[in-house]
Design a binder for this molecule. Structure first.
Ligand code: NAD
Length: 243
């Protein structure tokens, strides 16, 4: 059987890894892309041992030529999940221009390069792009550079949704809230406690909660939703606490 191909960036960890597993279970042949070599090989072997159809690709997404060459060497991709992202905390006064550039390179430009290159050969009607933004794009303290990069990714989602809609290719974003993954190591225990206190549900989410939303938006059965942002955040985007 010819399985459709899904490509997930940042597939070696956190919600990218959970999405790789879920999409493979749903019948995709999944290309998992990451720059973390050891984790990539380890997780690809683990998933393959469970009978899942996954292929690791070691690429640093800030290397534009390598990204474009990788896509040209693959058969057409049906579902693209732009998940790889970087995060750190900086006080407002300490954010340097290089911090903005670093964030934009991974969180926006890599996703845009991939979308452009993949979309050229993506199959009409069933092609799907899912961009992992963040609830923080609405505004958050202590990471203005990250917030700006994720707001830019939402803007790019809306623009590419309009560009690709005539071909029936749908582009949506997911805005996760606080999700337990290795990325949260950037938060001090005090900041983590403060974040948890703001959760209406009182708890952080799990990577599988996001993978479930990815599977929904990547599915060919999802046919009339494009340019949207789906919050997977336990209600934090509602704007208040339950108190
Ligand atoms: N964890 C959260 O609470 C949270 C909340 C909102 C949004 N997000 C977003 O979700 C996405 C996934 O985050 P996560 O929490 O699973 O993080 P994670 O750190 O567990 O995984 C991110 C993966 O991306 C890879 N990566 C980063 N830069 C790369 C590059 N230049 N080239 C190739 N691979 C690269 C890393 O090696 C890592 O494996 C990110 O875009 C993040 O901004 C996370």
């Amino acid at each position: 059987m010819n399985r459709p191909i899904a490509l997930v960036t940042g597939g070696a960890s956190g919600m990218g890894l959970a999405s790789v597993e879920r999409l493979a279970q749903d019948g995709f042949r999944v290309v998992m892309v990451d720059r973390a070599e050891a984790a990539l090989q380890r997780e690809a072997s683990r998933l393959s041992a469970h009978g899942l159809d996954v292929t690791p690709r070691l690429v640093d997404l800030t290397d534009e030529a390598a990204v474009r060459a990788m896509i040209l060497a693959l058969p057409p991709v049906t579902a693209l999940v732009n998940n790889a992202g970087i995060f750190d905390e900086r006080k407002f006064d300490d954010v340097a221009n290089d911090d903005f550039r670093r964030m934009m390179e991974v969180n926006l430009i890599a996703a845009a390069t991939l979308t452009q290159e993949v979309a050229r050969r993506m199959p009409d009607q069933v092609g799907r792009v899912v961009n992992i933004a963040s609830r923080a794009y609405l505004g958050a303290k202590n990471h203005a550079h990250y917030v700006a990069s994720k707001a830019a990714l939402v803007g790019y989602t809306r623009a590419s949704a309009m560009e690709l809609a005539p071909r029936g290719i749908l582009v949506n974003a997911i805005a996760p809230g606080l999700i337990r993954t290795p990325l949260l190591a950037a938060l001090t225990p005090e900041r983590m406690a403060a974040q948890l206190a703001l959760q209406p549900t009182g708890a952080a989410g799990e990577a599988q909660d996001v993978a479930h939303a990815v599977a929904f938006l990547a599915s060919p059965r999802t046919r009339f939703i494009t340019g949207q942002v789906l919050f997977v955040d336990g209600g934090k985007s509602l704007g208040g606490t339950t108190a």
